[in-house]
Design a protein around this ligand. Structure first.
Ligand SMILES: [Cu+2]
Length: 117
C-alpha cells in the first residue's frame, strides 16, 4: 500500500508535468493500469477538520468533525498515520488541522496529510 501511494504521488506529479510532452509525442508508454489505480486512490481521498489530541509514530488521536462523504459522525478516535504522510508544518497536540484521509487496501481510512489551520 505504501509503495502504491508513493508511486501514485509520483505518477500524478509526472502526469501534471509531462502531459503536454506526452501528447506532443503521441506515445503510449505510460502504465495506464498503475495510473488508474493511483487516481482511484486520490479520488477517494476525503478531507475533514480535526483537533489533534496526540500524535506519535504512525498514529494520531484526533477529534474530527462530521465526514459526510464516508458517513462518519464527529468523533474522537485513533487514526493510522501513513508512513509517507505529509505534515504541512509542525503539528502539535491541540492544533486545529485539516486532515486528508485515504482508504487503504484494508478498507480503513488513514491520514495521508495534516495541514495546520
Ligand atoms: Cu472517526
Amino acid at each position: 500500500m505504501q509503495k502504491k501511494l508513493l508511486i501514485g504521488a509520483a505518477v500524478i506529479v509526472a502526469a501534471g508535468l509531462t502531459t503536454a510532452a506526452v501528447v506532443a509525442q503521441n506515445t503510449h508508454t505510460m502504465d495506464h493500469s498503475n495510473m488508474g489505480m493511483s487516481m482511484d486512490a486520490v479520488e477517494g481521498a476525503v478531507h475533514a477538520k480535526a483537533v489533534v489530541n496526540s500524535i506519535g509514530e504512525g498514529t494520531a488521536n484526533v477529534s474530527h468533525g462530521p465526514i459526510p462523504e464516508i458517513g462518519w459522525p464527529a468523533m474522537t478516535m485513533d487514526m493510522a498515520v501513513l508512513p509517507n504522510a505529509e505534515m504541512m508544518g509542525t503539528i502539535n497536540p491541540g492544533d486545529n488541522v485539516t486532515m486528508m484521509l485515504i482508504k487503504g487496501e484494508d478498507g480503513m481510512y488513514a491520514i495521508q496529510a495534516l495541514m495546520p489551520e
